[in-house]
Design a protein around this ligand. Structure first.
Ligand SMILES: [Mn+2]
Length: 376
């Protein structure tokens, strides 16, 4: 039994657990379909699905006894509960809605329902090596896609055109699907942390924030680059390109003056804030302290009021999952956790910068899994 499930049995007065959150069903049973639930007792495990998934379940689910659900969804569950003499059934309170709860109550008459109030996603916080490989694969697709389309980020192109291009490139490079609505926020729209792509045309001299990700083998990538659009587009620089870039920047500086100085300044601050967070991240550290390291740095530089969101979040079967890296998070970093560090500065009327990378917590610190270079 998964250690987290053991904890639930110790913590909650239940002799059986009903797992309905599909991501947890997948996590525990390897089932990738859209209808399935698990009933787990201290000695047995059942997997329930409908006839559409009979074949698939036989191939994927090996550690559970497979039961085909009839029309009455919970009728078979009740039968098994009686077989196992279960009187108190734990359920995932944060993901079961009220209508589902009423149905459970009605179907499982005679069984006491025990709400497991813990975030069910907590189960999946620490990743296995196989899971980390899948996340790394999704991130590798991000890199291939970005490298392929970065040349098209230039004056006159709309945000939606960029979104379309990068999403197509991710699919072409092996993504199962797009992870979330790609954010493309250029110029003044960069001040919108979640500015999904619009019809706005990109102008030379603007900062463009692109937040994108995909799903590969069920696991997500999530990454943000902020690029500066020049006369020629050089969004990401290898060290070999750096010298050329300096010439390019001084040219752009002449053109845009103080605006450019501030763009460069906030990009550098966000970059350094991420480094400050990386420096404190290691097993045993409170996630709120990692947030604080980045936040304090941005505040010290005078931009604290322009960084209004959490520093990061876990990534896995869901784009946003545990742990949470925010000022009031109670999570503690553990080896094997995979999460983003994504500081930003958003100045209304001016624009913004966000840099987001995915890291895994190692024995002694963190390792970056995302591969796109974030230096401007
Ligand atoms: Mn993110």
């Amino acid at each position: 039994m998964h250690p987290a499930l053991k904890t639930y049995f110790q913590k909650y007065p239940a002799d059986g657990l009903l797992i309905t959150n599909l991501n947890n069903v997948r996590y525990l049973s390897d089932f990738t379909g859209t209808n399935g639930l698990l009933l787990i007792t201290s000695t047995r495990g059942y997997f329930f699905t409908d006839f559409r998934y009979r074949e698939q379940a036989t191939n994927q689910v090996t550690d559970f006894e497979i039961v085909e659900m009839g029309r009455d969804l919970f009728g078979d569950v009740l039968e098994r509960l009686k077989d196992c003499k279960i009187k108190r059934l734990g359920f995932e309170a944060p993901t079961v809605n009220y209508a589902q709860y009423l149905r459970l109550q009605k179907s499982l008459r005679g069984i006491k329902l025990v709400p497991v109030t813990e975030d069910p996603g907590k189960l999946r916080e620490v990743k296995t090596e196989i899971e980390i490989k899948k996340i790394a694969k999704a991130l590798a697709i991000n890199k291939l896609a970005f490298e392929e389309m970065r040349e098209m980020i230039k004056g006159g192109v709309t945000e939606i055109e960029i979104k379309t291009e990068i999403e197509m490139a991710m699919l072409k490079h092996g993504a199962d699907k797009i992870g979330f609505d790609t954010i493309v926020a250029s110029g003044w729209r960069g001040a919108l942390p979640h500015g999904v792509a619009s019809n706005k045309k990109i102008k030379v001299g603007e900062l463009v924030t692109i937040d994108f990700g995909c799903t590969a083998d069920g696991y997500n990538s999530d990454e943000t680059v902020t690029v500066l659009v020049g006369e020629t587009s050089l969004p990401v620089l290898s060290s070999a390109e750096a010298r050329r870039n300096r010439r390019h920047l001084s040219f752009a500086k002449e053109r845009t003056g103080r605006g450019l100085a501030r763009q460069l300044e906030i990009h550098q601050i966000v970059f350094e804030a991420q480094r400050a967070a990386i420096a404190v991240a290691h097993p045993g550290v409170k996630c709120s302290d990692i947030d604080k390291a980045a936040r304090d740095y941005i505040t010290k530089k005078g931009y604290g009021q322009y960084f209004g969101h959490a520093l990061g979040h876990g990534v896995g079967l869901e784009v946003h999952e545990r742990p949470v890296l925010s000022p009031n998070s109670t999570d503690v970093l553990e080896e094997g956790m995979v999460f983003t560090i994504e500081p930003g500065i958003y100045i209304p009327g001016f624009g913004g910068v966000r840099i987001e990378d995915v890291f895994m917590c190692t024995k002694s610190g963190v390792r970056r899994l995302s591969k796109i270079e974030k230096k401007l």
